[in-house]
Design a protein around this ligand. Structure first.
Ligand SMILES: *[C@@H]1O[C@H](CO)[C@@H](O)[C@H](O)[C@H]1NC(C)=O
Length: 128
């Protein structure tokens, strides 16, 4: 009995670990409010594309400080940013992003950045 409980506990614990290490998320289109970025929490891979659009009422770059997603490693489709105020670095938002596969593209592009007037860099790694 105790052994069964132990096994169950182990299975529960292990499934939690696996769940946290691989959280697959669907395509997301995040619009308008910076708080929508919360939907990216713990995502390790986006199966599809990620669009972050029309966040124009952000007042300071500091607003992005709590939105850092180091877990996100890859996006199978494309990544698009359009008109997001005060975002200065995409690498700061997604420091762990290693690959954008481009299996789905936007007008032949897998990375689309436009109307980003405060952007200074894509990522430190790319600039080097
Ligand atoms: C993200 O992971 C943390 C730590 O494992 C957990 O507390 C939190 O509920 C998770 N949030 C989401 C949205 O998955």
């Amino acid at each position: 009995m105790a052994r069964a409980a132990l096994v169950l506990l182990f299975v529960w614990f292990f499934s939690r670990v696996v769940y946290v290490e691989h959280k697959l998320c669907p395509s997301l289109r995040l619009i308008n409010k910076i708080s929508r970025l919360e939907r990216l929490r713990n995502c390790t891979e986006i199966i599809g594309s990620l669009q972050i659009l029309l966040m124009e009422r952000i007042t300071t770059a500091k607003d992005f400080d709590k939105y850092v997603f180091p877990e996100l490693k890859s996006i199978t489709g494309y990544l698009m940013f359009y008109s997001v105020s005060k975002l200065t670095s995409i690498g700061k938002l997604f420091p762990g992003l290693r690959v954008i596969r481009g299996r789905e593209m936007f007008l032949h592009y897998s990375l689309v950045i436009f109307g980003m007037k405060d952007l200074r860099e894509v990522s430190k790694r790319m600039n080097k």
